[in-house]
Ligand binder design. Structure first.
Ligand code: ATP
Ligand code: MG
Length: 229
């Protein structure tokens, strides 16, 4: 049962969207997913209160850090296949490390220089917590809200900076999509959006499928290389 956290000290980088899309994409493949909402603004709790929440996805509120353990215990009682933790967009978000052990951590960021600086800080924080846990915590950045049509120049500069520091970047970015915003207004999953007149749902679904594959690869340890002969 992988425990995965979305962390970025910078607000609005796309954590909550990335957490929900992962939960929805996994649930479409038949997984049971517990979402722990540890943002005091409770965006996922609010989504969970809208109609259409898939049966495989549950939401557990943890408005303060001490609540996280209890929310995780409540989630585990449902024996989910995945636990996904969304955190608040400030340095306080990293306090989740004090409450839970993780199998992977992801920092979403847009292609802006300010996001890049914060993502580098987040990666350093995650590395130090990973060492304290006695393992190399799988960690990657996720480019989010990337325009579908043209790649802005600043995006290339941001990617280059992260790569220069040896920070892994998930091979699939999350595209800027109205469908991803609409989920928080309409509720439910992507499949219900077309009936609500939301466009671009097929492309959004394809993006989510590729993103879920990338996360699965991040949490799956690479098979040991077999010796030839
Ligand atoms: N891929 C996307 N396509 C379209 N809109 C997006 C996308 N990702 C995020 N957004 C929008 O950008 C805003 C910020 O995204 P989100 O709430 O996911 O970020 P966050 O990192 O969780 O923010 P916070 O730090 O405030 O918790 C929201 O209005 C959201 O709907
Ligand atoms: Mg959020």
């Amino acid at each position: 049962m992988p425990n995965i956290a979305f962390i970025s000290p910078k607000g609005g980088a796309g954590k909550t969207t990335a957490a929900l899309l992962l939960a929805l994409g996994l649930a479409e493949r038949g997984a049971r997913v517990a979402l722990i909402d540890s943002d005091p603004n409770k965006p996922l709790v609010r989504w969970g209160g809208l109609p259409g929440r898939p049966d495989g996805v549950t939401v557990h509120a943890a408005p303060t850090v001490p609540d996280i353990r209890e929310a995780a215990a409540e989630a585990r009682r449902l024996s989910p296949d995945w636990v996904i933790v969304d955190t608040e967009g400030s340095v306080r978000g990293a306090m989740v490390f004090a409450a839970l052990r993780f199998d992977a951590v992801v920092t979403p960021l847009t292609g802006s220089q300010m996001d890049a600086v914060e993502a580098i800080k987040a990666s350093e924080l995650v590395a130090s917590f990973g060492k304290r846990q006695g393992n190399d915590l799988p960690y990657a950045c996720l480019m989010s809200r990337v325009p579908a049509a043209l790649k802005p120049r600043s995006l290339g500069a941001v990617v280059a900076q992260l790569k220069a520091r040896g920070i892994e970047i998930l091979p699939t970015p999350l595209i800027e999509k109205e469908a991803f915003r609409a989920l928080f207004e309409v509720g439910g999953g992507l499949s219900g959006l077309e009936a609500q007149g939301v466009g671009g749902v097929a492309a959004a679904r394809a993006n989510v499928a590729a993103y879920v594959n990338a996360i699965q690869a991040l949490v799956t340890p690479a098979p040991a290389l077999r010796r030839a002969g």
